[in-house]
Design a protein around this ligand. Structure first.
Ligand SMILES: [Zn+2]
Length: 78
């Protein structure tokens, strides 16, 4: 949906792109890591209403990876 601008549910190509952030005092579409607030970009099909959220900043992806992804078996790193 992000890349082909086509809804996977109804095949509509009218996709609204809504960036996360602050608007009129409201903060929305975010993930908090405690130290950082990370904004997601929403892709919304204007035909059926299906939405997908993407995190567009690779640095933010790394922050979330460091915080939330745990090694399944730490002995892998020996
Ligand atoms: Zn759709």
């Amino acid at each position: 949906m992000k890349y082909n601008k086509c809804c996977p549910k109804c095949q509509s190509t009218e996709i609204a792109i809504i960036e996360g952030g602050t608007f009129k005092g409201n903060v929305y579409n975010t993930i908090s890591t405690g130290l950082n607030t990370i904004f997601l970009t929403r892709y919304l099909c204007t035909q059926c209403g299906f939405t997908e959220n993407y995190l567009d900043d690779v640095n933010d992806l790394k922050k979330l990876k460091d915080k939330f992804v745990r090694p399944s078996d730490s002995t892998d790193f020996v």
